[in-house]
Every structure is written in structure tokens, then in C-alpha cells.
Ligand binder design. Structure first.
Ligand SMILES: [Zn+2]
Length: 402
């Protein structure tokens, strides 16, 4: 009876994405099979709240565009060079390992590359590694501890097939299954994104891999043959079972292409679009490994410019996160059911996560409020507040995770 009354009390304003999910007039239930799936955020102000609005941001931290980056083939430079450069730390010095190529960097300490969370806190660029479990621990490849450390630092781990097999006789089903099984057994990581192995010359195995990966519950399949490396974050976006095209960043085309890539971003933003770019490379050491990699000096030029123009010291309107993080944010954004209630000097947002897929890793959403006065205090039940706008009037952000 008490629960019934509580639900009734929540019938009230229900809007935003809830309307798109077809739940305009339904109360937020917050209970699935006896499991409490509700989150309540209480926002407290000094004075009584008169006019206010609440909506969820199309991209985390209410950014204008998203940039996703992956390093294929599980190579050691992902941990030794790319990670310290993005996250802050000492990049490995030059070394020649497997394949006779220099896979180190310059041995210098880097401050990291950042944007902000819209509330004054710096957030490092994050990316993903796409791995073949059979190669992990071999010379030139990442080892298990490094994969684990990347994951724990917020990077994502994508599947790239167990052995990187390609061609006509590929056993896509077992390549997908075995890779997921071994990675889950070793690290407890459930991979949700599949990157089709094979270069631009291989179109044979892409079909079987796509079918196998989606059949085994993957949320996205990445392949350079899929059209478009730029996705628009708008009402037409379908964030379920995505076929993701890719922008290939490698040193062979950087000199000619870098300006064009930046121009594309600028033009789309100027046109009022909200693009999401999906890019990748292989290794990022001093040598251009197999001529399909981004040499460390080129990586610095490209990502340093991305930070300078759009990161915390520039426009601060970029969200650099793995494809999985952006896709899962979009999935939640499109189907989140929530209601909003005002009581005196408080606003309550009540969210029901029971309608969302349960296997998401990145469970978060940014709320944009406008209430005409600074937020005094926020408390949250069943979730955590990553950050929120303090001492600001007008547009205010609440970055919620659960
Ligand atoms: Zn590959």
C-alpha cells in the first residue's frame, strides 16, 4: 500500500526523453521483479523554485560532439604510449621489440589531454583497444595486466576475434565466442563491441563476422567497409546493434588529411550538427608499424590539436570517449524514463532504469537544468553524482551515474 501511494505521488510532470519512449503519462515504476530500479535525485535551492526546466543532454557533459578512438590488434604501444599520453604520465622511451619496429615513444612525461565535465573538473581523453585474446602476452602485444589496467582506467576493450582470422574459410562463430570466453575468464570483462579483422582488401569475412557478433549479443560491429565514420547525434540515430564505419588515422595520410578532418568537424559544428566521429589506428610507436599505424609524433600533432581547439583550453565542447561509452549513453538517452516533481525549494528527479538493457557498462546521463538560482545541495538515492554545476545561475548540469 505504501509503495502504491508512493507511485501515485510521483504522477505529475513527465517529459523529455520519456515522451519519446512513449511513456508520457505513465508514472515511473522503479521496480522490476521485486528489484528496486529507481534512482531519485533531490536538488535543493536556497529559495522556493518558481520556474524551472529539466532535460537530458544528447551527449555526456552536454558536449557538442563526440570523438571515439580505438587501437586495433591489441598492441603494446596502446598501454606504453597512447595511454600515458592521453591520461598523463611517462610515455615509454624508444625500443625495438617484435617485428623490428620501434614501438616506444620519447620517454617524456606528458600532462594528459583533457576536456571538462562542464562543472569545472578535467576529464582525460579515453579510448579503446580491440584485442585478439590468443596474442595477448606475446612480444609486441599487450599483456593481460595491461589490458586490465586500461579497462580499470575507463578505457574499453573490444573484441577483434580470437586469432584475427580473415578470408573465405573463417569460422566467425568460434572466433567471436572464443575471444569473449577467454577475456571474460581471464579478466571478467564482457566485451560488447566487435571490430571485424582484416583490412580494406577483405570483404569476404565481414558478413559472417557481423552476423556472428550480433548473434552473440554484441551492441556494435565496426568495419571500415560500413558507410560513414561520422554519425549524427539526432532524432534519427538508432543506437541499437550499430554497424559502425571507421576513420582510419595512420601516418601515411596524416600530412594530406589532417586539415580536412578538422575542417569537417568545424563545418558540421557551424551547421548546427552534433557529429560523432569513429576513428582508429593500430600501433602508435615511433615507427609506422606495418604502414598502418599512427607514429607517435603524428599522434601528438593530431590529438594535441584536438585538445587545443576543442578540449579544456579551447572551446571545451568535445567528448572523447570510446564508441561503447557514446553508444551506451545514446541508448540510455533515447529510452530513459523519468519524472520531475517540485516541492518548495526542492526539485526531485525520479528515474526508472528498469526499462534499460541490463548489460551496459557506462550507466550515466547528464541532466540540464534551468532554475534561475544556484544549486545549494544535491543528494541521490541508488545512484551517484559524478559532478554538478555549483554557484552558477542559468543552465546547470548534473552528471549522474549508477
Ligand atoms: Zn586488425
Amino acid at each position: 500500500m505504501i509503495r502504491y501511494l508512493a507511485v501515485l505521488a510521483w504522477i505529475g510532470i513527465s517529459f523529455g526523453t520519456a515522451a519519446r519512449a512513449g511513456c508520457m503519462n505513465l508514472p515511473v515504476k522503479g521496480n522490476v521483479n521485486g528489484r528496486d530500479t529507481s534512482i531519485t535525485v533531490m536538488i535543493e535551492y536556497k529559495g522556493a523554485v518558481r520556474h524551472f526546466s529539466v532535460r537530458t543532454a544528447p551527449l555526456k557533459y552536454n558536449k557538442d560532439f563526440a570523438w571515439s578512438f580505438a587501437l586495433d590488434d591489441g598492441l603494446a604501444s596502446g598501454w606504453l604510449v597512447a595511454f600515458p599520453y592521453f591520461n598523463g604520465g611517462r610515455v615509454a622511451p624508444s625500443f625495438k621489440g617484435a617485428w623490428g619496429a620501434d614501438q616506444g615513444g620519447d620517454g617524456e612525461v606528458y600532462p594528459g589531454l583533457f576536456f571538462t565535465d562542464g562543472c569545472g573538473n578535467k576529464v582525460p581523453f579515453r579510448a579503446a583497444v580491440a584485442i585478439n585474446a590468443r596474442s595477448i602476452g606475446r612480444p609486441g602485444s599487450l599483456d593481460w595486466e595491461q589490458v586490465d589496467s586500461l579497462y580499470k582506467a575507463g578505457w574499453d576493450v573490444f573484441s577483434h576475434g580470437y586469432t584475427h582470422a580473415t578470408g573465405r574459410d573463417v569460422d566467425a562463430l568460434s572466433e567471436c565466442r572464443e575471444n569473449n570466453k577467454v577475456v571474460q575468464e581471464r579478466l571478467g570483462i564482457v566485451m560488447r563491441q566487435f571490430v571485424v579483422p582484416g583490412g580494406p582488401g577483405d570483404t569476404i569475412s565481414e558478413g559472417p563476422y557481423t552476423k556472428a557478433a550480433f548473434g552473440q549479443g554484441m551492441e556494435a560491429v565496426h568495419d571500415g567497409h560500413f558507410p560513414g565514420h561520422t554519425i549524427m547525434i539526432d532524432r534519427d540515430l538508432s543506437p541499437e546493434r550499430m554497424r559502425a564505419g571507421r576513420l582510419f588515422l595512420y601516418s601515411g595520410n596524416m600530412r594530406d588529411s589532417m586539415d580536412r578532418y578538422f575542417r569537417e568537424i568545424r563545418d558540421l559544428l557551424q551547421a548546427g550538427k552534433r557529429p560523432w566521429i569513429n576513428a582508429f589506428t593500430h600501433s602508435t610507436g615511433n615507427d609506422n608499424l606495418w604502414n598502418i599505424s599512427l607514429r607517435f609524433p603524428d599522434m601528438k600533432r593530431f590529438f594535441g590539436r584536438l585538445e587545443k581547439e576543442y578540449g579544456h583550453t579551447g572551446k571545451d565542447n568535445i567528448w572523447v570517449a570510446s564508441f561503447q561509452a557514446v553508444q551506451e549513453y545514446s541508448l540510455i538517452h533515447q529510452s530513459l524514463v523519468y519524472s520531475v516533481r517540485k516541492a518548495g525549494n526542492r526539485i526531485y528527479i525520479r528515474i526508472d532504469t528498469g526499462t534499460l538493457p541490463v548489460e551496459l557498462r557506462h550507466k550515466c546521463q547528464t541532466f540540464v537544468l534551468d532554475s534561475g538560482q544556484p544549486i545549494e545541495k544535491i543528494t541521490c538515492v541508488n545512484g551517484s553524482i559524478e559532478s554538478y554545476s555549483r554557484n552558477t545561475v542559468g543552465k546547470q548540469l548534473i552528471n549522474l551515474c549508477w
